[in-house]
Design a protein around this ligand. Structure first.
Ligand SMILES: CC(C)(COP(=O)(O)OP(=O)(O)OC[C@H]1O[C@@H](n2cnc3c(N)ncnc32)[C@H](O[C@H]2O[C@H](COP(=O)(O)OP(=O)(O)OP(=O)(O)O)[C@@H](O)[C@H]2O)[C@@H]1O)[C@@H](O)C(=O)NCCC(=O)NCCS
Ligand SMILES: Nc1ncnc2[nH]cnc12
Length: 297
């Protein structure tokens, strides 16, 4: 049996898991989020509410340390060798989620994204590299190199929405975002967060503005699964229009967000993927940017 170096039960690992939990909780509590579960309503969902999301987040916390541990103990392996080892942990996390929610998919995408990020944090810590946005995202990209082509390229009988939407429209969904090193988060969401926080320092305002930016530019497979490409484009155009007119800071910004919430609910549209990326943005925002050539990367 080859010796593997298990990480010490450091406060860092617990702190990272807690940071993830806080990001997921801030996401679901943020209100009003068009089409999504929040304190105002259940969005475009008949099978979800705020309490279910909170219970799902609490259940996930017990699952996530093992992603960090695996990233730490496999730091000597090539990154592409790590993803197949993460898969069973991800599936176990999904099973725990489904047990907790009675079979409702609250966080499948979030488990995938945060499992990768925690494994990246474990790997960087084992390699004694600093935890920052750029190396975390770059490591996730290295874990997922070739993932889209490998898992979606040869699909003949799609089993999930993501697989079907790739086959029909070339949408790469959560896999594409991860393989790109969270490009939408790095190029759209984090800059919007930094601009709003520098301008107002108002966290909830900044979170709402980030969500609008994600809804405007993220190719969210949840929207396409629920409303086809017309549904995805409708949400993107509405969000772009809101941003163009000043976003959450416009005099009638709040009223427009409530109206967009009602419009998406009426159309059964829910940008769940953008909600996940909002949580990823809030998690990454707690770290320094990283190497200077960050934007070039
Ligand atoms: C790798 C997988 C997770 C990919 O799963 P799938 O084949 O389904 O592919 P996607 O549709 O691309 O992604 C699944 C979820 O990811 C979120 N998502 C969607 N678009 C994006 C995007 N552009 N960027 C990032 N993330 C994205 C989204 O998750 C959230 O929404 C779900 C809740 O919304 P809802 O509409 O209710 O969803 P449903 O219940 O499905 O619809 P209804 O029935 O209600 O109508 C919730 O999951 C949120 O998190 C997408 O749903 C998977 O194949 C996989 O391999 N899993 C195993 C784990 C693993 O491999 N882990 C290893 C690394 S840790
Ligand atoms: N607040 C939320 N509502 C619906 N789906 C989601 N997926 C992730 N967060 C969500």
């Amino acid at each position: 049996m080859s010796e593997i170096t298990l990480p010490p039960r450091t406060p860092l690992r617990e702190q990272l898991v807690q940071q993830m939990g806080e990001a997921l909780l801030q996401e679901v509590m943020l209100t009003p989020k068009p089409g999504l579960v929040d304190k105002r309503n259940n969005g475009a969902h008949r099978d979800m509410n705020l309490g279910l999301f909170v219970r799902s987040i609490e259940a996930l916390l017990s699952q996530m340390p093992r992603f960090y541990d695996l990233g730490f103990s496999t730091a000597a392996l090539a990154p592409v060798q790590v993803l197949p080892m993460l898969r069973p942990l991800g599936l176990a996390g999904e099973a725990q989620m489904l047990r907790t929610t009675g079979g409702v998919n609250t966080h499948k995408g979030a488990i995938f994204a945060f499992g990768l990020l925690l494994a990246a944090a474990g790997r960087l810590t084992a390699l004694q590299r600093p935890l920052a946005q750029q190396p975390l995202c770059e490591t996730v990209s290295h874990f997922c190199r070739g993932l889209v082509q490998r898992e979606l390229g040869g699909i003949t009988a799609p089993r999930t929405a993501g697989e079907r939407l790739y086959q029909q429209h070339g949408l790469t969904g959560a896999r594409g975002e991860a393989e790109s090193g969270f490009h939408t988060v790095r190029s759209v969401a984090l800059p919007a967060w930094r601009r709003m926080m520098a301008k107002t320092g108002q966290k909830e305002q900044a979170q709402l503005q980030v969500l609008l930016h994600l809804m405007a530019w993220n190719a969210d497979t949840n929207l396409a699964a629920r409303g086809g490409m017309a549904g995805l484009h409708y949400v993107q155009q509405q969000a772009q229009g809101l941003l163009w007119q000043g976003g959450v800071q416009a005099p009638d910004g709040a009223a427009r967000l409530y109206a967009l919430d009602d419009a998406l609910i009426a159309r059964h549209l829910s940008p769940g993927g953008s909600a996940d990326l909002l949580a990823v943005t809030l998690f990454l925002a707690a770290f320094p940017a990283g190497e200077a050539e960050w934007a070039a990367w």
